[in-house]
Design a protein around this ligand. Structure first.
Ligand SMILES: Nc1ncnc2c1ncn2[C@@H]1O[C@H](COP(=O)(O)OP(=O)(O)OP(=O)(O)O)[C@@H](O)[C@H]1O
Ligand SMILES: [Mg+2]
Length: 221
């Protein structure tokens, strides 16, 4: 997927005052690019990823996916587009607590397919669970997992549909050094299959793998 970001501005209103998170962000993301977003806490990394995922609307400027504006799609089309085309790993926990690890990872498949088709994809789900060292936890519920285990479940869920565009918000948070490098290796291998990745990160070690580093600098108030 070819993504273009043109003159993007995002402002929030706080106590009646306009707070500009970042302004005039322009970027081209060619298919297969691996980009890191760095910057201090509060500099706008999460906001930027939410704009890219279409979860937030820009205050002005535009984002195009293969030439198409996401804002031209209906809300339902946007949700389908997000589910099928974008693998999103959020910064916070967004697992469904009443679903097991296995079902959380399979959720994107259920949203677009019949149950019997999902059953056929079990092998792929199991492959990913193994790769992320989660296979023993498949029947466990999120509340019984550690922070790092929950994070890995979110990574598995984001990758289950082999998306061509992956947005990862601090994907290696809460992970020990070995797991961090395993997650990064998984990203690298997904990247080598042609997927683009935009990853917000605080970890310098993650930067060696990427093609480009974008520094977020907050706009002065
Ligand atoms: N819904 C909102 N309303 C008002 N201000 C917001 C809202 N969401 C974020 N902000 C502000 O926008 C700025 C950027 O936040 P953002 O979460 O994008 O930062 P970040 O770079 O991801 O930080 P971190 O490294 O801590 O995750 C912050 O000052 C934050 O307080
Ligand atoms: Mg953030």
């Amino acid at each position: 997927m070819y993504v273009t970001i043109n003159d993007l501005i995002k402002t929030y209103r706080r106590r009646g005052k306009i707070h500009e998170v970042f302004s005039h962000q322009t970027l081209e993301i060619q298919p297969g690019k691996f980009i890191a977003i760095v910057g201090r806490s509060g500099s706008g990394k999460t906001t930027f990823l939410h704009l890219l995922a279409g979860i937030l609307a820009p205050s002005s400027g535009e984002i195009r996916y293969d030439g198409r504006l996401i804002s031209d799609l209906s809300e339902k089309e946007q949700a389908l587009f997000r589910n099928e085309k974008i693998g999103f790993i959020p910064q916070g926990n967004c697992l469904l607590n009443n679903f097991t690890v296995l079902d959380n990872v399979r959720l994107p498949l259920y949203l677009k397919k019949q149950s019997h088709q999902v059953a056929k994809e079990l092998a792929e789900v199991e492959r990913l669970l193994k790769k992320l060292n989660l296979h023993d936890l498949a029947d466990e519920y999120p509340k019984n997992l550690s922070g790092g285990e929950q994070r890995r479940v979110m990574i598995a869920r984001a990758l289950i549909q082999k998306p061509k565009f992956i947005l990862a918000d601090e994907p290696t948070n809460d992970l020990d050094d070995l797991t961090k490098s395993e997650v990064l290796n998984l990203f690298k291998s997904v990247n080598q299959t042609g997927a683009s990745i935009v990853m917000a990160t605080h970890y310098k070690e993650n930067l060696a793998a990427v093609d480009e580093i974008i520094q977020m600098t907050p706009t002065e108030a």
